[in-house]
Design a protein. Structure first.
Lengths: 307, 110
């Protein structure tokens, strides 16, 4: 049930590095709800319900004896034995993690054993925490955010070193094919960032229109891509780079009303063949290049006269 | 005319009430979101049957303070959540886009 959608063998380098450098104790939850062997199942169930958790470690003076899962509670409810004590039904042979282990162990355990959580022990064998798949994902997301921030800084540093103009702000977001629940997020962030920087609303709106159309094109047509905004002293550059499949006939794609979107996409109000023409209309400079099998790159520049 | 005043005029229910009750500058009626992106002006309310969170994204980007969902179309929870985050009102009515547009136009003219 709780497989972690990250592979400890073949994920990208950055992710693997994080999985090896972050320790289980850095990701686990330290405040663990526990019960004693003599606790009645009724009380264990109350503890689960009130704290919205699905497994309670059973401790005897800090020593882990076993674990009562929500499955055990359901069985007890079914057989009318909620007055029995925890030690009568708990799983005694519990698979645990050592708090000093790297997170990669935890990922492997989740995928190998189909448990929803693993108790974590310290070096003296006492319970020091508990870890769930969502603990791992939360910790990884925080770490990935930090890593991507560093990568962006390095990229900005390279631009500066290469002698080109240095943007005063640079933001980028990935897009996911056909994920309409998040489509538009990048554009909304771009617009907010521009407004916060004191960009006049009509200019911010132009940038948002260009970005939104390009973002939606990636979501509808591409196999995924990156939306980037770079803000310079006198212009805003919106670019969209995707990884394919490419546009067979760019001139045709630029024609108003031409669209290859399917019926489902059209029913959501997209695919009217207005996307690229809209981008070109709001942009002061516009360029598009596409190669079949490689991807499409679109750039729109909006001039920003600060006076 | 303000958004809350419009509610009675178009016989609407307010589905998302966390918004600033500002003056309505006008309306834009369309079910094509790219068309809305291209032509709706800031301060105009969006009149549409597109009841999903992408309409909220578009409304946010063009500066529409409210979305009127016509024909009593169901409004999904995630759309309401997105609109709350953006402070965009969602009104729903059983009237169609033509009737809503007509009543808004008349109310703004009078």
């Amino acid at each position: 049930m709780a497989t972690v959608p990250i592979n400890a063998d073949s994920s990208p380098g950055v992710v693997l590095e994080l999985l090896y450098s972050i320790k289980v104790k850095d990701a686990m939850t330290r405040e663990v709800m526990t019960a004693s062997p003599t606790s009645r199942l009724r009380d264990v169930q109350t503890l689960m319900r009130d704290n919205a958790i699905t497994g309670i470690p059973i401790l005897d003076e800090g020593r882990l004896l076993g674990i009562v899962s929500i499955g055990d509670i359901i069985s007890a409810l079914d057989s009318g034995t909620m007055d029995r004590s925890a030690d009568a039904v708990m799983s005694g042979s519990v698979i645990t993690l050592d708090e000093e282990m790297p997170l990669s162990f935890a990922v492997t355990y989740f995928d190998r054993y189909k448990f929803g959580r693993f108790p974590v022990l310290d070096s003296s064998g006492r319970l020091s925490g508990i870890i769930t798949a969502s603990d791992i994902l939360r910790r990884l997301l925080i770490a990935l955010n930090e890593e991507i921030g560093k990568m962006e800084q390095r990229i900005a540093g390279r631009h500066a070193a290469s002698g080109g103009p240095v943007p005063m702000m640079e933001l980028s977001f990935g897009t996911t094919p056909l994920d309409f629940s998040r489509a538009g997020n990048a554009s909304a962030r771009f617009k907010k960032a521009l407004v916060e920087k004191g960009c006049p609303p009509p200019i911010a709106r132009k940038a948002a229109v260009a970005s939104y159309e390009l973002e939606l094109n990636q979501v509808i047509h591409s196999t995924g891509g990156i939306m980037r905004m770079r803000v310079f002293d006198d212009s805003i550059e919106i670019s969209a780079q995707d990884e394919g499949p490419g546009i067979p006939d760019v001139d045709l794609a630029m024609q108003e009303g031409y669209s290859t979107a399917n019926e489902w996409v059209r029913s959501l109000g997209f695919g009217a063949g207005m996307g690229l023409p809209n981008v070109k209309r709001v942009a002061d400079e516009f360029s598009i290049s596409s190669e079949m099998g490689k991807g499409t790159f679109v750039m729109a520049v909006i001039k920003w006269d600060k006076r | 005319m303000r958004i809350k005043h419009l509610q009675g005029i178009i016989e609407a229910e307010i589905f998302q009430g966390v918004f600033e009750d500002i003056e309505i500058a006008g309306g834009y009626t369309s079910d094509l979101l790219s068309d809305v992106m291209a032509h709706a002006k800031a301060g105009e309310i969006l009149i549409t049957i597109q009841a999903h969170r992408n309409s909220v994204a578009v409304a946010g980007l063009v500066g529409a303070p409210a979305i009127v969902i016509c024909n009593g179309r169901p409004v999904p929870e995630d759309m309401i959540g997105a609109a709350r985050d953006e402070g965009i009102a969602i009104l729903r009515t059983d009237l169609n886009q033509y009737e809503v547009s007509g009543r808004l136009w008349k109310a703004l003219r009078d």
